[in-house]
Design a protein around this ligand. Sequence first.
Ligand code: GLN
Length: 548
Amino acid sequence: MSEKKYIVVTGGVVSGIGKGITAATVGLILKSSGLSIDVIKFDPYLNIDPGTMSPFEHGEVYVLDDGSETDLDLGHYERFLETNLTGISSVTAGKVYNTILEQEREGMFLGKNVQLIPNVTNYIKTCFSKDFESDIRLIEIGGSTGDMEGDIFLESFRQFRLENPANVFHIHLGYIPYLACSGEYKSKPMQSSLRELLRSGLQPDMVILRSEATNTRPLDQSIIDKIALFSNLTPDSVISLPDMGSIYEVPMYVLKTTLLGNLEVFFGRSFVSKLPDFYDKYKPVSVLKDEIIIGLVTKYTKLADAYLSVFESCKIAGVEQGLRVKVVMIDSDSETLEKDIDSVQGIIVPGGFGKRGMEGKIKAIKYIRENNIPFLGICLGLQMAVVEYARNVCGLDVYSSEMFDNEEEKAGKQCIVDFIPGQENIKKKGGTMRLGSYKCYIQGNNTQSTLAYRLYEVNETLERHRHRLEVQNAFVPILELNGMKITGKYYFESPVGNDKYLVEIVELDTSVHPYFIAIQSHPEFLSRPSKAHPLFKGLVEAATQRVG
Ligand code: GLN
């Protein structure tokens, strides 16, 4: 392609309506036609990154290979585009202002008044085009029109578009609510959002209407026509995108709309309307009959978005095996914990921070271990599995340093999960954990197989991390003596003859438990629709075998 093209997605009415999924879908369609794509997500909040935000505030913190802590939409991009992104793809208002203020302190603006326009807008515009090596750059501007924090990004976009009139395609996504009491869709909030957008000097090339429309309750053409009128567009450039059974059905749906035609006009070429073959498997997700249920034992049961990639990883592993996987939240503090666990076929104890719910997780893991329930522990899940095993099998009075606040509670006990050396005194919270991709050496081979080797089928893999604490190596001999196998390790130097390592994977022999494995990193960030992550694949397989 001669000139690089930008596809910019903005949103209106409310946030959380799937701008990321829509932008990722557009990317997938273009990628399927042989174009290379990269992504930038602009987030209007003032945090440098979402790493310091609670999952209640923000949902999952998605971690990239390079250790960047980012918005969960980056996960959609990595999954839909089958790519591994870097921190360049995530720009927050916090990062933008931080850079400008650092530049000011360095004296880069000497003698000048530092202003939103042009200093901040100019910097944002450089982010639009910086390091752009692919054919197309997808840009998602977070938040919705009318948010004060987002204005500076919209203003930068307005200027950028003026400077690149032929190379920018702008999609505005908004929501059409349905009023059950009167049985009708209401376009007024969307009209206001469009008016706000036009007032900012932005004319979209297409509008996408999200709604809860169904076959029996479709979005009327009159709404599409009205929105087209308000957007200075023809109805062909306004499409309806209702909720789908699975987000992987969105690309197939979108391909049947006029979106492709609009893109063809913009790019001046035709595109193939065929997705990669594995998407065929996703077609029947909403009609798949066989369902298995995986329980997530956690203290954040109110917000499924806190574990978005775990949910997606389970779904992908199920689809690969022709199964629908339902993930349910199980409260680690529930009084009916064991009964709740009994009602599902497999359990994940996912990552987490803070002491609340830890004893419940340990209790859950004891029950899972003793009752042969398929189990995958992730990060905190591994740490709790080790504490449980040390206490209940090795007979040690141990704790994880996150469990107790004061010295009295620790008296007479041993700390089995503690800070990585050098991390104990770090006071700063942002970006200071063990973050990003590290090598994991997997023990085992074809003759001396381990569960980890059977699943990964390789001796070396990369996994993404986000944690401060580690299993203490001094306890490894006693854990092993009592039957817990350490089958994945990270070595500081060479893995040969070296005891400078960190524990990465623990497991129980399959002769004593059908599927009990835990990992210190976050495998959920590496599942792709074309290939389930081996640990999730194994869990779903084991769960289908479970006689409940
Ligand atoms: N809180 C634990 C730690 O910091 C586990 C982190 C996690 O589960 N991501 O090590």
